[in-house]
Design a protein around this ligand. Sequence first.
Ligand code: GDP
Ligand code: IMO
Ligand code: MG
Length: 426
Amino acid sequence: MSTLVLVGAQWGDEGKGKIVDCLAEAADMVVRYQGGANAGHTVVVKGREYKLHLVPSGLLNHKVCVIGNGVVVDPAQLLSEMDRLAAEGFDVGRLYLSDCAHVILPYHKRLDAVEEDRRGDRKIGTTGRGIGPAYRDKFSRTGIRMADLLDAAVFREQLAAHLEQVNTFLERVYDQEPLHFAEVLESYIGYAERLRPHVTDTSLLVNRAIDAGQRVLFEGAQGTLLDIDHGTYPYVTSSSPTAGGACIGAGVGPTRIGRVIGVAKAYATRVGDGPFPTEIEGAEGDWLRERGREYGTTTGRPRRCGWLDLVALRYAARVNGLSGLALTKLDTLGGLDRVRVCVAYECDGRRLEEWPHNTALLARCRPVYVDLPGWSEDVGGVRRLEDLPVAARDYVTFVEEHAGLSMSIISVGPDRDQTILRGSLF
Ligand code: GDP
Ligand code: IMO
Ligand code: MG
């Protein structure tokens, strides 16, 4: 089967955009299946940087792109992204949007902000894109889907009912200004008209492409440890970035998934709150942040930096059923005397080899490190595994052995070309 799911194996920002862009060359279709504009996927083509939030990264490769039913769509954000891409000569006519995708409304973003504010010390550190409140509406069966938005009469009725409820909440509980029905209605009817040509039954589209033997690439957003079920709950996002989410969020059956590739940085980062066992505090962490330019693509926040965590990676391999790994940012580690890798945790006097689900316990876990020799050479120009410095190659082998995964791709720089590909993936 010529289908491939690409998932984040850590806390997001692993370099999924770059890897999707590399693989998309060989694909016919690229499909986003969950999340929303909380994602920020960076693709660098010949030195030019593109930041994509909702549009699948495959559009830069001129492929058919799909935003599946599992995505929560902010129409204004999507249209501005499409306009920017169209102005640069990309064909946005190849972009399709599921009629079942839920719509982000202005009150979702307002609620995201006020709820975070109310959490105080226990804040999640969300991106403020309305993701949690939009998925909450979806699961409480009060959401508005693209198909509803396209039907003006239905949308008007649903919006009126919703706003009445939400405004009561905003005013009485959060002491906030209410939203104006006429303003929201008018702007959203405008978005609907512009998006109408792109909205379709994308499950049908994707399944027909698979039937026709086309190569379909599923682009995950966020990462395994931010998954609503498998992540560091409650410090997670509100969707299922793990591989199973691709089936639900694109409307394809599990029998139609060929391979699953996890993307992990050669170290670890996390943006937002929540436990992060291998976090490096102080100068070394700051060095890694500056060297790796670790600032959020969506919010610009500094990312917390740490060493590669193999307990977490083995967990990601298990819950996603990974067939292989794409290791990114190997170049960033160059220049260190030694590189640390976490192989187990120590907690309450016990050694843990497996990822614990108890978030409070995870926060008490101390990493057990193995120190490996560093390398000083710049690996950005390397295109074959055998041309890497011995210490960098040994690092890769160590990760493969301890994660029980083979390395399908090694990325040595942000550009499309700065990639070591080990055979064809489709
Ligand atoms: P995503 O959300 O998983 O797509 O990742 P982001 O785009 O948010 O963050 C990854 C960052 O690392 C981006 O700025 C990429 O351009 C950059 N990047 C990706 N791969 C590499 C690599 O191998 N080396 C370096 N130096 N940068 C990379
Ligand atoms: P990409 O696709 C990194 C984090 C937020 C916060 C938590 C919940 O670029 O890898 P949300 O706004 O989703 O309710 O925030 O999830 N988060 C991400 N972190 N990369 C992302 O996406 C993220 N999307 C959400 O920082 O901790
Ligand atoms: Mg990102």
